[in-house]
Design a protein. Sequence first.
Length: 309
Amino acid sequence: MGPEIAHSRTRKATRTNLFEILERAYRRYRDVNGHIYAAAISYFSMISLFPWLIFIVTMLTLLVRDPVVQSQIITQVVDQFPPGARIRGELRAFVSEITVRRSGVLGLAGLVTTIIVASEAFRALRYALNAVFGVTQTRSVLRGRGIDLLGMLVVLLFGTVSAAMATLLDLAWIERITPATGGSLSVPLLIIGYTLQFLLTFVAFVLMYRVVPEISMDWRILWIPGLIAAIGFEAARISISLFLNYFERFQQIYGALSVTVVALVFVFVVANIVLIAAAIACEVDLRQYQRESSHAESREPEEPVSASG
């Protein structure tokens, strides 16, 4: 009976610590007005969405000359947007026009615009993470802008690689390899492909928490916000898709602005998740530091009392 009681008390203490960490993390997020930072991040990210779309589609179509494969690429890009918003027709027409023009100048313009606007989104993200982590001493202006540019380029690289992986999974693995093997590899390959995409997202978030804020946190802690942000990213994407599928009047209400609204809401939700995850990591790190300090103090030997006289 004794071990069972001890185990029950341990689980209760663990739950108490978890709830306390979550509560303190939410307070930290609320005290720095995290929702306002998330709104700024979503605003700049929304502006950079379409220039990035122009860049990625232009580069892919310049590399791929086959019209059939180009059509499949367009389908893959358009399918990344929620179907419930009923915006895929407009997006397909927009992307198809880019493909027809196939101009390197257009792709370069999209890249330059993306760099300028997305770097502002990263500056807002840097300020937000600094506020959550309680950073008081900030980098110089030039170094800060360099970090913003570096973070933007990393995200652009990961986003491009992720889109290329999705296209490769759809075109090569499913359509070409699967028929040759009788369809037996379709499910395993899909699982592998989505797992790789999730791992890519996870690594991107971990690197973001390591590089963007002006504080160096232990890698053993960084996996926590990275995992929370990656799961939250996928959950937000699926949730918005389900909501739009069941809310059929969305397109009628917002009309041509539906694409903008979907992108804005999605990035706003993800930005809030990112900041809350950072607050959780900060509280976990603080709790670990307090525990290690307490253990260190308890191990210090007591000074012997000298006898007088």
